[in-house]
Design a protein around this ligand. Structure first.
Ligand SMILES: *[C@@H]1O[C@H](CO)[C@@H](O)[C@H](O)[C@H]1NC(C)=O
Ligand SMILES: *[C@@H]1O[C@H](CO)[C@@H](O)[C@H](O)[C@H]1NC(C)=O
Ligand SMILES: *[C@@H]1O[C@H](CO)[C@@H](O)[C@H](O)[C@H]1NC(C)=O
Ligand SMILES: *[C@@H]1O[C@H](CO)[C@@H](O)[C@H](O)[C@H]1NC(C)=O
Ligand SMILES: *[C@@H]1O[C@H](CO)[C@@H](O)[C@H](O)[C@H]1NC(C)=O
Ligand SMILES: *[C@@H]1O[C@H](CO)[C@@H](O)[C@H](O)[C@H]1NC(C)=O
Ligand SMILES: *[C@@H]1O[C@H](CO)[C@@H](O)[C@H](O)[C@H]1NC(C)=O
Length: 406
């Protein structure tokens, strides 16, 4: 009976399965790291830092990733003591285990120098301009004796390492004491990166930086707050509000999700672009993802995010001028050893890159740093679509800020 009636369904099922298999077969683990090691000037320097506690191997873990041309940029957050450099570029070695070279320099990663990067969780790279947009939380060290620097947004031209912009957030927008600026996305209007949207995973805020007016403001809402932890998986995580953020390729909607929930929310960019918006009236409850997720990103047709519980990456279709329907969710890749806690995504052409870093184990001090266990996996998968920023200059040449230009 089932065979007769459902032969079409069986066919469809086979098709889907084959498609999924092909998708995961194009995936590749590019780098594997047991520990985070740096490109030291001398072995003596490394030994000195190890000895004086300024390099504590088990406190270094890769979270953020962005790829530009031949370079893979990664961040090492300064959550704990002993992180020598927070923003870095990978230097490949023989095998799959690279070392980290501070970017743009060691000097620009110096703790206590407020002109330098103190604590970078994430950044965005705009392929249209070759600019990197970097958010610096401002705390160089968890030690109370270490001074805090004000939180800032820095734009660097990757090719020349030239600083294009450095914007210090006013304390009444981003708290220098409690902020945890986590992730950043860019919004294009009339052919230029006009707004940056930034999540704060401690103060539960969504910041907007208006590039032209050189000013910032923020929104808060119930949907940004931490929700109950996913049992078993996130047991030792503390309050984890709004974290992942993704911009649709048509620059119409911003997606966000607190770390500790399956719920995905969206808000129109027309609301975010207006400081006086009534945010709450325009929040869209998109639906439930299959799992918990950290970073997210949109391509030209899809949104990509993790499923913590499934050790997987999923994608769902983002239609033009509308929000994603969660019914379109499909599995991209899953693996119980190498896709554990997918933290952050980046694009290079049609390759989707991501870091899986077992953060839930790190957080519980249950990660093995013996050197025998791979703790961080850096993947790339050809997803057959470009990033949301692809050709953004041309695509938005005629776009306008609603309300401002009639
Ligand atoms: C990014 O893509 C370009 C073009 O395909 C390629 O030349 C470059 O090597 C890629 N970057 C990395 C880090 O693989
Ligand atoms: C932008 O604003 C910041 C903070 O208010 C200020 O320090 C900076 O000088 C401004 N930059 C420009 C180009 O006006
Ligand atoms: C999402 O999940 C919650 C339970 O966590 C449920 O109450 C809600 O109906 C779900 N929403 C959708 C759109 O399925
Ligand atoms: C999962 O990833 C590990 C580590 O790369 C690999 O050895 C293993 O073959 C993968 N398992 C599956 C089912 O693909
Ligand atoms: C991961 O392990 C769970 C529990 O053993 C299993 O149900 C699931 O199929 C595994 N996932 C993969 C991708 O192998
Ligand atoms: C790691 O490997 C070394 C030798 O390669 C071995 O002596 C050591 O016991 C291993 N440690 C763990 C925790 O497996
Ligand atoms: C911004 O939002 C406020 C409140 O909804 C509205 O009154 C105002 O017209 C909007 N401004 C623009 C430029 O759209």
């Amino acid at each position: 009976m089932i065979v007769g009636v459902n032969s079409v369904l069986v066919l469809v099922f086979c098709f889907v399965t084959i498609e999924m298999l092909q998708a995961s077969q194009t995936g590749e683990i590019v780098f594997e790291l047991a520990t985070v090691d740096y490109e030291w000037k001398t072995e003596w320097e490394k030994q000195t830092l190890l000895f004086n506690g300024n390099y504590v191997v088990e406190n270094n873990i890769i979270t953020g990733i962005k790829v530009h041309k031949d370079d893979v940029f990664v961040t090492v957050p300064r959550w704990r003591q002993g992180v020598p450099s927070t923003l870095n570029v990978l230097v490949p070695r023989t095998g799959k285990s690279p070392v980290l070279r501070p970017f743009p320099s060691w000097e620009m990663n110096k703790i206590g120098d407020c002109d330098a990067f103190q604590y970078v969780q994430s950044m965005e790279v705009d392929p249209n301009t070759g600019y990197m947009w970097i958010i610096d939380i401002g705390k160089g060290s968890p030690l109370p004796s270490q001074k805090n620097c004000p939180p800032k947004l820095v734009v660097i031209e990757i090719a020349t390492k030239k600083m294009i912009k450095s914007y210090t957030f006013p304390a009444n927008v981003v708290s220098p004491v409690s902020n945890f600026m986590n992730d950043i996305m860019l919004d294009y209007v009339q052919g230029q990166a006009r707004y940056a949207y930034i999540t704060d995973t401690r103060d539960a805020k969504l910041y907007v930086y208006d590039v032209i007016n050189n000013m910032s403001y923020f929104f808060v809402h119930e949907t940004m707050k931490a929700q109950p932890l996913i049992p078993g998986l996130q047991d030792n995580l503390i309050s984890a509000p709004i974290d992942g953020i993704a911009m649709s390729a048509d620059f119409k909607f911003v997606y966000y999700t607190p770390l500790t929930t399956h719920k995905l929310y969206a808000v129109p960019t027309s609301i975010l672009r207006n400081k006086s918006s009534e945010f709450g009236r325009h929040v869209i409850n998109v639906g439930n993802k299959s799992g918990g997720s950290d970073g997210m990103v949109c391509g030209q047709r899809s949104i990509f995010y993790a499923g913590f519980e499934q050790n997987a990456v999923y994608k769902a279709t983002v239609p033009k001028n509308d929000v994603v329907s969660m019914g379109t969710e499909t599995l991209l890749v899953a693996n119980n050893s190498s896709v554990v806690w997918v933290d952050t995504f980046g694009f290079n052409g049609t390759d989707l890159w991501f870091v899986a870093n077992k953060l839930n184990y790190f957080n519980k001090h249950k990660m093995s740093f013996s050197g025998n266990v791979t703790n961080m996996f850096i993947w790339k998968i050809n997803v057959d679509e470009n990033s949301y920023l692809y050709r953004a200059i041309e695509r938005t040449a005629k776009s306008m800020v609603p309300g401002l230009f009639g």
